[in-house]
Design a protein around this ligand. Structure first.
Ligand SMILES: Nc1nc2c(ncn2[C@@H]2O[C@H](COP(=O)(O)OP(=O)(O)OP(=O)(O)O)[C@@H](O)[C@H]2O)c(=O)[nH]1
Length: 400
């Protein structure tokens, strides 16, 4: 499953975001669609369900379909314990490292209203420049990576040169605890112009490489939280500065999303995560203050096209990680499994994955004994190297 790390300094709204994104407003069969552990829970991303093309209702097993929209689970990890200078031993512990290792990407929650200082203590609104918080996380992780790569570097690099070991392989090995591979290190190296002899790299070279590795291996999206209490001009300036620095940034209100999901769960409003608006269902059971609060939320949603929480998750999965949704079936005509369930499964894959990758994901046996695949729409035969497309319905044929 795709795993997203929710990070940020204390008091910016991490827990609120996490609670909002993983609070389910609908029952989801027997699948544990809720909290897995204290800091891990399931959220989801949406796609139009292919059952619309088939004209027959689907029976999803580990995802959900509401009115033609498929909700595909992704795992969210609430990563706590980040404070400035954490890499120097003040905060980043094994727990953080473990969470970071699992994360395919990071959602960095920022208090854009500027009402929390560097350590997360409350300060008057607007007195903390939120841009500083963006840089701080980037630096913390890069310094952490640089520390791992740089330990005893010159001696190790000389040995690698003598033994003609590929540098990206050696660095990836050092970073295997963070689940960073040689392809990612290679990509980072290709963006920099470092001395061809790694033994001549200076501390700043290793740091530059570490920033690049973080950008590639642990991409980060900025969630500009508390946008609901932020002055518009201040917010726009922040968004612009982030974008100038090359960050993806989305304004959100985790508070509003949580309020709406709770109201939906209690049956007061008709709201599905990601909707740009909601409908009040039991107006006479709500107080004047509650109705006023809902109208404030609606105003925000009209301005920003929703609360932003679902958008930030989907942007991370679909645009940054470039994931596509693929539906394996056993019957390419009826799009069913062996029990007759229509489109029961859906998997997220990085763009560029192949039919063989799908086979292995369904079952190792299917991968090892792969013969060919069949496109459920065109019924065309596909080879092992067929590049999967978003929304593909695929049957895998394997030796028995
Ligand atoms: N106005 C506003 N307040 C928010 C929003 N999200 C969170 N808050 C408030 O910010 C405070 C901190 O929120 P938390 O979710 O506890 O923050 P956290 O980052 O998890 O904090 P730690 O648990 O200390 O790491 C709470 O008072 C929230 O109600 C938001 O979108 N808008």
């Amino acid at each position: 499953m795709v795993e997203l790390g929710i990070v940020g300094k204390p008091n910016v709204g991490k827990s609120t975001f996490f609670a909002a994104a993983t609070l389910q407003t609908v029952e989801i069969g027997n699948y544990p669609f809720t909290t897995i552990e204290a800091n891990r829970a399931i959220g989801y991303v949406r796609k139009p369900c292919p059952h619309l093309d088939l004209g027959k209702q689907c029976n999803p097993k580990k995802s959900l379909c509401i009115e033609g929209t498929r909700y595909i689970p992704v795992e969210l990890i609430d990563v706590a314990g980040l404070v400035p200078e954490a890499h120097a031993g003040r905060g980043l512990g094994n727990k953080f490292l473990d969470d970071l290792r699992h994360a395919d990407a990071l959602i960095h929650i920022i208090d854009v209203s500027g009402s929390t200082d560097a350590e997360g203590n409350p300060v008057p609104k607007g007195s903390r420049d939120p841009c500083k918080d963006v840089d701080f996380l980037d630096k913390e992780i890069a310094y952490w990576i640089a520390d791992i790569i740089g330990r005893g570097w010159t001696r190790i690099a000389r040995r690698l040169e003598a033994e003609k070991v590929k540098i990206e392989v050696a660095i990836a090995e050092r970073l295997s605890g963070l689940n960073i591979n040689d392809k990612q290190v290679h990509a980072a190296l290709s963006h920099l112009n470092l001395d061809e002899k790694p033994s001549r790299w200076k501390e700043e070279d290793i740091l530059a490489l570490s920033f690049e590795i973080r950008r590639i291996a642990k991409p980060m999206v900025i969630a500009a939280n508390k946008a609901d209490i932020t002055d518009e001009e201040y917010l726009n300036k922040f968004l612009q500065r982030c974008r100038e620095k090359g960050y993806d940034v989305i304004p959100i209100s985790a508070d509003y999303e949580l309020a709406l999901r709770r109201a939906a769960k209690a049956g007061f409003v008709d709201y599905k995560p990601g909707d740009e608006d909601f409908k009040i269902l039991k107006e006479d059971e709500l107080s004047a203050a509650q109705l006023k609060a809902l109208e404030k939320i609606r105003e925000f949603m009209h301005k920003f096209g929703g609360t932003g929480v679902q958008r930030v998750i989907e942007h991370t999965v679909f645009n940054v990680l470039q994931m596509i949704a693929v539906y394996p079936v056993e019957d390419e005509h009826k799009w069913t499994d062996k029990d007759g369930n229509v489109l029961p499964d859906v998997y997220l894959f990085p763009l560029g994955s192949t039919a063989l990758d799908l086979a292995y994901k369904v079952h190792t046996d299917l991968g090892e004994n792969f013969i060919r695949a069949v496109d459920g729409r065109s019924k065309k035969i596909l080879g092992h190297d067929y590049e999967l497309k978003d929304g593909d319905v695929i049957k895998i044929i394997a030796r028995r």
